[in-house]
Design a protein around this ligand. Structure first.
Ligand code: ATP
Ligand code: MG
Ligand code: MG
Length: 369
């Protein structure tokens, strides 16, 4: 079975690493061969926003999937020809715009922050009058790692936020004073079988995910999230992994955004669950039986940003696993991650403290250079 992956980042690379033992082969589409995916598969050089280039990939493979969120849906559909594409391009299109994303959440019974679309400074002032401050102004499309958004805390922030982001469709969201952020990684196969990983607790620093810990929630929240996502996936006859990021506030879930793909907050599943999100994504899109999503204990995943810590400093701890994506260092860039698995939460917390110190020390050294 030959699988084409649009985009050749670390997500695609981890997908390929999960699929090789199962007898699958991978070809990536990306602009350069200096990518994590190209280290582990064939590469078609091209631009994934162009249908001609997607078509060249589609002609070489049995099935298409993607590891990026910004593939233009029309180009994708027209280029694929008879080659199946999963997950659903329809849901990908919805997730690419924070407005349609929130509308889809509402249709499936999911609460969101209050919001208003903003196309002018006049709209923005009116939206602030209605939603109050603090609030978050976001580009509706193409944001990631907190880029393309500004927090508005006081009246003096309004114009600077507008100047920073105007020129693209915007949305103003009411600020959610959340207790914590959690996400659910779900998977469905083409026949409709579904499986869900336990919710993970996600800590961000400056808009970028630093730490995910799973499992993190009681049965009530888990059941609520599962039933919402079940309804969303069934409606789109979805296949593959779908991730929903939530805010948790006072025991309630408020949906923030979704990603119709494998997700950084699910990297803990590689060594921390019976079947990884990457293998389950492949099982889902190939319509194979899904794998067990049970955690192997208490699991933490730490992102390495801008500089990798030394391998030996991390793997000297038992059941700690090191992933270097092979990317060139750049400030705050996600270069790799470290996973720790422990039988109980207290021993997990203590190894996380030690690993975070190792990771931050390496990052601080590089920042000084
Ligand atoms: P990602 O890399 O997760 O795709 P993104 O750039 O798409 O990030 P969001 O996930 O919407 O952006 O926001 C990034 C972070 O900013 C959130 O994880 C959260 O910490 C904070 N944030 C976003 N929206 C709100 C809000 N309405 N209220 C409070 N905090 C928010
Ligand atoms: Mg996002
Ligand atoms: Mg997010």
């Amino acid at each position: 079975m030959s699988i084409g992956i649009i985009g050749a980042g670390q997500l695609g690379r981890m997908m390929a690493l999960a699929g090789y033992p199962l007898g699958m082969r991978f070809t990536f589409l990306d602009k350069t061969s200096d990518t994590p995916g190209a280290q582990v598969g064939d590469i078609v050089l091209g631009d994934f926003t162009r249908s001609d280039d997607i078509r060249r990939l589609a002609e070489q493979v049995d099935l298409l999937t993607y590891d990026v969120e910004n593939v233009p849906v029309e180009a994708l559909k027209s280029a694929a020809g008879d080659t199946p594409i999963h997950p659903s391009p329809a849901l990908l299109g919805i997730a690419q715009d924070r407005l349609t994303e929130k509308q889809a959440f509402a249709e499936h019974g999911m609460a969101t922050a209050p919001y208003r679309t903003v196309d002018s400074l006049v709209d923005l002032r009116a939206a602030i009058d209605e939603l109050g401050m603090p609030a978050v102004l976001k580009r509706r499309q193409l944001g990631y790692d907190g880029r393309g958004q500004r927090f508005i805390r006081q009246a003096g922030d309004i114009e600077s936020a507008w100047e920073a982001l105007s020129g693209a469709p915007l949305i103003l969201e009411g600020f959610v004073d959340f207790d914590r952020e959690v996400s659910l990684i779900a998977v469905r196969n083409r026949s409709g079988e579904m499986a869900f990983y336990p919710l993970s607790d996600n800590r961000h620093e400056e808009g970028i995910l630093r730490l995910s810990i799973a499992p993190c929630a009681d049965r009530t929240l888990q059941t609520q999230a599962e039933s919402q996502i079940r309804s969303l996936m069934d409606a789109f006859d979805y296949a593959g992994v779908l991730t929903v990021e939530y805010f948790e506030k006072g025991g309630e879930l408020i949906a923030n955004e979704m990603a119709p793909r494998v997700h950084n907050s699910g990297h803990w599943t590689i060594e921390g669950a019976a079947t990884s999100q990457f293998e389950n994504h492949l099982r889902g899109i190939l319509d194979l039986p899904l794998g067990d999503t049970s955690p192997r204990g208490h699991v933490a995943m730490i992102n390495c940003l801008g500089q990798m810590p030394a391998l030996a400093d991390c793997i000297r701890y038992p059941d700690v696993h090191y992933h270097d994506y092979g990317k060139a260092p750049r400030p705050r860039r996600k270069l790799g991650h470290i996973t720790a698995v422990r039988p109980d939460r207290a021993s997990l917390d203590s190894v996380v403290d030690e690993l975070l110190a190792v990771v931050r020390a390496a990052e601080a050294t590089s920042a000084e250079c």
